[in-house]
Design a protein around this ligand. Structure first.
Ligand code: IMP
Ligand code: MG
Length: 326
């Protein structure tokens, strides 16, 4: 067994979907899995020249690879079936490739309305918090309790083997334990939770890809974006609008010390920084913690690579533009 994991090192929206899609297209995985969150995630995927946005469904289905929604995820069956139909209408074979952990929890209509009514931190309004609350209160409903999901169910501990890709969701700063509590989501977006969620052994991990952007974005009610005009420009040049909710993302310079902590805690072997082209277009290159402005992208890249090599001299750093990966 060999496992690669893609995780977010910031606040989500670091192009995990694009990295996963690239890895799926260039490796022979037997399984592609989602391990945390639910329809709060929005993975933007380009396939055969078309743009797709998925919420529950792993990107393996685009390449006819068995795909799994893990036990640590939450599923809204109604939105899952809408998503399945949208993909099937575009000739993506979801029915023969989708598997669901029997013990994944279910988001109900009540969860969604409670989330929308009571939210104060700027949640995606998808019922995530109430679904996890009920899971841990031991009153939740699981995939095995929903007759419509029966044909998809598996026990991941028994079924998963071979080469496995786990696609993370959200990002380290949204972790209920290690993120900016209480402005967080309700399942850990880490490599270790991903293994736990799928019932996989830690020693089988091969690579951990930490997804980042060259600047940070965040969606929620926490103070985040400074008042300077440059951050509005990053938002518009970077097209920083949520793929799930359409909300404008708040922008700031990359927080380097926070990223290094995420790389350390996740055991990153590779770090991918996307959206290099956005800062190049605006000709501004800066980081916070430590607070430094650079003259060129190259200077900023060298600084970041040096800092990461202090953490681990074997870390591979990749730089990519908005559309391409490596
Ligand atoms: P929830 O996960 O819907 O409860 O939202 C909690 C916080 O996490 C909010 O600030 C959301 O904007 C953020 N969040 C949740 N999922 C994502 C994601 O996939 N991308 C970016 N932010 C997310
Ligand atoms: Mg997203």
């Amino acid at each position: 067994m060999k496992i690669d994991i893609v995780v977010g090192g910031s606040y989500g929206d670091e192009a995990k979907g694009k990295i996963s899609k690239f890895l799926v297209a260039n490796n022979k995985y037997d399984w592609v899995c989602r391990a945390s969150g639910g329809p709060n995630a929005g993975h933007t995927i380009y396939h055969n020249g078309k743009k797709f946005i998925t919420h529950h469904i792993p990107s393996g289905v685009f390449h006819n690879i068995q795909s799994v929604i893990g036990a640590g995820c939450v599923i809204n069956p109604k939105s899952l079936f809408t998503e399945i139909k949208e993909l099937e209408d575009q000739k993506i074979d979801v029915f023969s490739n989708l598997n669901i952990a029997y013990n994944a929890h279910i988001i109900t209509d009540e969860h969604v309305s409670f989330d929308v009514k009571t939210d104060t931190i700027g949640s995606t309004g998808r019922g995530i918090m109430p679904a996890y609350r009920d899971k841990y209160a031991r009153v939740g409903m699981r995939a095995e309790d929903v007759p419509e999901l029966k044909s998809f169910l598996i026990d991941t501990v028994d079924s998963l083997d071979g080469d496995i890709l786990i696609e993370g969701a959200q990002g380290y700063n949204l972790c209920p334990d290690w993120g900016k509590y209480p402005y967080v989501t309700s399942s850990p977006p880490t490599a270790t939770y991903a293994l736990h969620s799928l019932g996989l052994p830690a020693q089988a991990v091969s690579k951990v890809w930490l997804a980042m952007k060259v600047y940070d974005t965040y969606v929620g009610t926490r103070q985040f974006q400074p008042s300077d005009e440059i951050f509005n420009q990053i938002c518009s040049v970077g097209n920083e609008f949520g793929s799930t909710t359409g909300r404008a993302r708040k922008c700031n310079w990359l927080n380097l010390s926070s990223m290094i902590k995420a790389a350390k805690a996740n055991g990153a072997t590779d770090v991918v920084f996307s959206k290099v082209d956005v800062l190049e277009k605006l000709k501004r290159f800066a980081i916070i913690e430590p607070d430094i402005e650079f003259y060129t992208m190259k200077e900023m890249q060298e600084f970041i690579e040096d800092e990461l090599s202090v953490l681990n001299s074997n870390i591979v750093v990749h730089w990519s533009s908005s559309k391409e990966f490596v």
